[in-house]
Design a binder for this molecule. Structure first.
Ligand code: AMP
Length: 178
């Protein structure tokens, strides 16, 4: 099993900082080189599954869009299914919606209202935790749809944006914290 320090180094090694994207002043953490590197990607996915243990969750929920990449791989590695948490207006059947504040304006996430069996243990994943608005909405959606949050994990946490504080008592697992 790869230890936590090594996992952090693998995430750091697969990330490119893109200055002023998508707008001036933002440093975008581009994890696509990590996704494109087979051994590195497998190492981080296996690290997430090992951190929680295969028997601690029944399904994985991933947040659109880069969270889908991580969620599907974690689900496959653990032998469970995957539920997409989507941006507004994309789901074809009745859905539950949660809106949250962005720096400028508002965003909405949705999940099918029958996405989870009552009490199903859901591991929620995304690529980056920044201000925590996205994560807070995703976790609320899982619970409103009848799931039980088994954990929340990201590849990278931007600690200076204090996303954890927005998530209250919830436990956050980050492979790399910067
Ligand atoms: P937030 O709601 O502020 O925590 O933002 C988290 C979501 O926005 C995640 O789904 C990330 O993919 C994306 N995100 C926010 N800030 C960044 C960043 N600096 N680099 C890469 N992705 C980011």
């Amino acid at each position: 099993m790869t230890d936590e320090l090594d996992l952090a180094a693998v995430v750091a090694g697969g990330t490119v900082d893109v200055l002023d994207f998508p707008k001036p002043g933002i440093v975008f953490k581009d994890l696509m080189p990590l996704f494109a590197d087979g051994p590195a990607f497998r190492t981080v996915i296996d690290g997430i599954v090992a951190h929680y243990g295969k028997d601690t969750f029944d399904v994985v929920a991933g947040v659109e869009a880069r969270g889908f990449v991580v969620a599907a791989a974690v689900a496959y590695a653990a032998g469970v299914g995957v539920v997409p948490v989507r941006k507004a207006g994309k789901l074809p059947r009745p859905a539950i919606a949660v809106s949250y504040e962005l720096e400028y304006g508002e965003a909405t996430l949705e999940v099918h209202e029958d996405a989870f069996v009552a009490g199903q243990r859901v591991l929620v994943v995304d690529d980056v935790l920044a201000t925590g608005g996205t994560a807070g909405a995703a976790l609320e959606l899982v619970e409103r749809a009848g799931g039980t949050v088994a954990g929340f994990t990201v590849l990278m946490e931007l600690a200076f944006l204090k996303g954890r504080e927005r998530l209250g008592s919830r436990t956050v697992h980050a492979l790399l914290t910067v």
